[in-house]
Write a protein that binds this ligand. Structure first.
Ligand SMILES: *[C@@H]1O[C@H](CO)[C@@H](O)[C@H](O)[C@H]1NC(C)=O
Ligand SMILES: *[C@@H]1O[C@H](CO)[C@@H](O)[C@H](O)[C@H]1NC(C)=O
Length: 238
């Protein structure tokens, strides 16, 4: 014998209640949109790094240590820790240059060392001596990709010839744009992104869930990123 179903009287709401519920949801959604729009207009106040400064620094490193990524990284760190002595109340940097993790994103694979990560900026060294190729991702941040060693090639639909970036060049990818890119025969770059960094993370981690299933890498990526973001939040660097 089938038991009689419990009455669902309580969950049945009148059209008026239903209407109110949806109006409330729409209002909350509206408030959320306005808040996000407002936050987006004020994010610049938290930026510490200056793109022309970083470009100059990358070019200096390329000239001082041609074809020597290790030398360039040390040069960059020495400059940054002189410019922003650590511990600093302006910006927190990760000076442990042995802290590399794999990064799989958009089909490309390389390794990265996170020099700085906060809510509105990150600065990393990214690359691979093997070469890789993939989708840049469609991001909520402006991205400045400073080539240190090797070449990066890029292309967007409609272009019939590739863009070519060499050591000392910066490949600027404004937010909301995507390209196919290739680090043809191995390349290392200093990547600076400014904008809403946490929104970039799903792209940065998705390949781990759909492809590599590399849990230790996921663990270290999240651990290092969270640690750096918290260190910055604690000194008021958003
Ligand atoms: C750091 O690099 C910038 C850009 O190249 C340069 O202007 C500045 O003098 C450097 N600072 C130090 C302390 O080396
Ligand atoms: C630097 O990072 C490496 C690799 O994660 C770690 O083994 C080492 O303990 C770190 N060194 C310092 C001083 O934190």
């Amino acid at each position: 014998m089938a038991k009689s179903r419990p009455t669902t009287q309580a969950s049945k709401s009148s059209p008026a209640t239903c209407f109110r519920k949806w109006m409330l949801r729409a209002a909350l959604f509206g408030i959320l949109c306005v808040t996000c729009g407002w936050l987006d207009t004020i994010k610049e106040q938290w930026y510490v790094f200056d793109p022309p400064f970083l470009h100059e620094l990358a070019q200096e490193a390329v000239v001082a240590f041609p074809n020597n990524p290790e030398g360039m990284i040390q040069h960059i760190l020495t400059n940054l820790t002189t410019t922003y002595p650590q511990p600093s109340n302006t910006i927190s940097l990760n000076t442990n240059s042995t802290e590399w993790v794999f990064n799989n994103a958009g089909g490309a694979m390389g390794a990265m060392y996170i020099i700085h990560a906060s809510i509105t900026e990150y600065l990393i060294i990214f690359g691979t001596p093997l070469g890789t190729e993939g989708h840049t991702g469609l991001h909520t941040a402006d991205d400045y990709f400073h080539i240190l060693v090797g070449e990066q090639w890029a292309f967007r639909p409609g272009a019939l010839e590739m863009e070519r970036y060499k050591p000392g060049d910066v490949h600027f990818l404004p937010r909301g744009t995507a390209k196919q890119y290739k680090m043809h025969e191995g390349c290392f770059a200093m990547e600076y992104a400014r904008g809403w960094i946490p929104l970039m993370m799903p792209f940065g981690l998705a390949d781990t869930f759909t492809s590599t299933l590399d849990v230790p890498t996921l663990y270290h990526t999240v651990r290092i990123t969270a640690r750096e973001m918290i260190k910055n939040i604690l000194i008021g660097k958003i």
